[in-house]
Design a protein around this ligand. Structure first.
Ligand code: AHM
Ligand code: MG
Length: 335
């Protein structure tokens, strides 16, 4: 509507022809995710006041127990999405097992996988955090959901994206038909189309990695990072180093400015030989977004979207961002 802008739902409907996802049930799913994110964003905004106000907004004279924000986000998403009537099950980074939709609630055939509040180490210090989501359709014909329904390739996702809780709240998502960004206008309470058809620069200016782990990397990973720091690389000068420590925020910056985010495998923790980040709720959804924006994502050997998960919380090395930068990293890793 003139003077207000296009909301997410209007945008979905406008592109109904190109997007097979613009069904009533998918719209319902997205609207419920959006509503959950608005509730989470509201709590994130007053995170520093939690000790004074409590989560209810009332003066906390009762000594009520303050719930942690990531736990709060997880509960909001589970509760709201269980009642949406369009899911058959969920998986959250915070829960070891599949989260069922109780039998007394209506169900649908979508599966939702999410990281309720990514960047949790930044929650207490007012730095950008986000919610990452991945949506699949249940392919098996069984009347119930099993682990196998979740252990799919990223290329089978039907939609994916994230909410970023920063100076403004944003939704960036794809249904496989390009990537669009929406910004929450707090005055009307709607996400409005602010960044249509996002494309990541082919080559970036930024490399993002926790470089303090250099001592735990193998030789090839060190060479990759040296490449981005070298004045003799394809760019002709060193890339700038930027690392927030919130994957979703680092990814978002690189999506617009171009660059590469890396979380390689390291030898720090024998329990995590394949890096820290989770395939299903972190790497795959962002890989779907970046590929739709013209970028790339790899575990160093194969595209992230080609990997079939072997467990709900499987971890993968991640190299994600501008196409030429990711290709260069993969070339060095396999050289
Ligand atoms: P989280 O989901 O518990 O927040 O952990 C994932 C986060 C990512 O957001 C971020 O990229 C990474 O962990 C940072 O890890 P490190 O502190 O090892 O650099
Ligand atoms: Mg995370």
């Amino acid at each position: 509507m003139e003077g207000i802008g296009i909301t997410v739902t209007e945008h979905l409907l406008l592109h109904q022809k190109e997007s097979p996802m613009a069904t009533g049930r998918f719209t319902r799913l997205l609207n419920e995710l959006i509503f959950s994110a608005k509730i989470i964003a509201r709590e994130v905004k007053k995170a520093g006041l939690v000790d004074i106000l409590g989560l209810t907004g009332e003066i906390n004279v009762q000594g009520e127990q303050v719930r942690k924000l990531d736990d709060f986000a997880n509960r909001v998403l589970i509760h709201r999405m269980q009642h949406a009537g369009v899911l058959c099950a969920m998986s959250s980074e915070e829960n070891a097992d599949i989260i069922e939709v109780p039998d007394n609630l209506p169900k649908g055939n979508y599966l939702l996988i999410f990281d309720p509040l990514d960047g949790s180490s930044n929650i207490d210090v007012n730095v950008n955090i986000g919610t990452i989501f991945s949506i699949h359709k249940k392919v098996s014909q069984r009347p119930y959901v099993t682990l196998d329904d979740f252990l799919r390739k990223g290329s089978e996702q039907v939609a994916a994206g994230y909410f970023l809780y920063g100076p403004s709240t944003m939704l960036v998502y794809t249904t496989g038909n390009g990537v669009n960004g929406f910004t929450l206008d707090p005055s009307v309470g709607e996400f409005l189309l602010s960044h249509p058809d996002i494309k990541i620069p082919e080559r970036g200016k930024v490399y993002s990695i926790n470089e303090s782990y250099t001592c735990y990397w193998d030789e090839k990973t060190r060479r990759v990072v040296d490449y981005f720091k070298s004045p003799d690389n394809e760019r002709g000068k060193p890339y700038g180093a930027r690392y927030i420590g919130s994957l979703v925020a680092d990814f978002h910056r690189n999506l617009f400015y171009g660059g590469i985010f890396m979380y390689p495998a390291d030898s720090r923790d024998p329990a995590k030989p394949r890096g820290k980040l989770r395939l299903l709720c972190e790497a795959s959804p962002l890989a779907f977004v970046v590929e739709q924006a013209g970028g790339a994502a790899s575990d160093g050997q194969q595209p992230i979207l080609d990997i079939r998960a072997s467990g709900l919380h499987e971890r993968v090395p991640l190299f994600i961002g501008s196409k030429l930068d990711v290709e260069q990293a993969v070339k060095i890793l396999n050289g």
